[in-house]
Design a protein around this ligand. Structure first.
Ligand SMILES: O=C[C@H](O)COP(=O)(O)O
Length: 251
């Protein structure tokens, strides 16, 4: 039985006061730790305050990106050890917005996943196809290659402890959700890739989220699918009541 994981990705929204007000409203109403993982993925500048504000609660805090190097002359970048030092729990790696707009590649994604494990950060690794790929019928090939490259060099145990977020790019922020069958089919395919590369026990353990226009009114159906273990949610995670409604699906 895989523990569900719901992560709200705030992207580049909110000011610090809004972020703190959000966690005050949410932090004591999230599911019990043995039921589900509940996480907010916040801009770097709020992470310190949010880690402090959520201490002793079941609400986890994630970064939305990081560099893969330990330290160095990388102006404007954030090192994994800086996140670990703050007490951040998790990090989103390879979101399609970073792949499309900030030159993230399969190679840098893989380096970041290794760095996350080195610093005890839970990696939430994003894969997903464009509309063009979906329409030309090569979705499985694309997510297969992304998954293999992202996880290259990890042990089976590390893969089992990774979260993979399947996010079809055409469903992000568009209001177009993949049908629950489409989402489940591709999440199932990703699980079969993990089985092929790392064995069935690892595939049975790895958690796979769906992301793309998840809302309180479709989350229950999505979460009921056999291969969907959680959601990575953008727009509908910005409002505390909406986020709590998403969490109700896994309570
Ligand atoms: O990281 C979250 C995804 O990009 C989904 O965003 P969305 O829920 O606004 O479609």
């Amino acid at each position: 039985m895989r523990k569900p994981i719901i992560a709200g990705n705030w992207k580049m929204f909110k000011l610090k006061g809004d972020a703190l007000a959000f966690v005050e409203a949410v932090k004591n109403n999230v599911p019990a730790a043995d039921k589900a993982d509940s996480i907010v993925c916040a801009p770097f500048v709020f992470l310190d305050a949010l880690v402090e504000a959520t201490k002793g609660t079941n609400l986890g805090v994630a970064a939305q990106n990081m560099h893969f190097e330990e330290e160095g002359a990388f102006t404007g970048e954030i090192a994994p050890r800086m996140l670990a030092d703050l007490g951040v729990n998790a990090v989103v790696i390879g979101h399609s917005e970073r792949r499309e707009m900030f030159n993230e590649t399969d190679e840098t994604v893989n380096k970041k996943v290794h760095a996350a494990f080195k610093h005890n950060l839970l990696p939430i690794v994003c894969v997903g196809e464009s509309l063009e790929v979906r329409e030309n019928g090569t979705t499985n090939d694309v997510v297969d290659a992304q998954t293999v490259k992202a996880l290259a060099g990890l042990t089976a145990e590390q893969v089992a402890g990774t979260v993979i977020a399947y996010e079809p790019i055409w469903a992000i922020g568009t209001g177009k959700t993949a049908t629950s069958e489409q989402a489940n089919e591709t999440c199932g395919y990703i699980r079969s890739v993990v089985a092929r590369e790392y064995g069935q026990a690892t595939a049975d353990a790895v958690r796979i989220q769906y992301g793309g226009s998840v809302k309180p009114d479709n989350v229950v159906e999505l979460m009921a699918q056999s291969d969907i273990d959680g959601a990575l949610v953008g727009g509908a995670s910005l409002d505390s009541e909406s986020f709590l409604a998403l969490l109700d699906a896994v309570k």
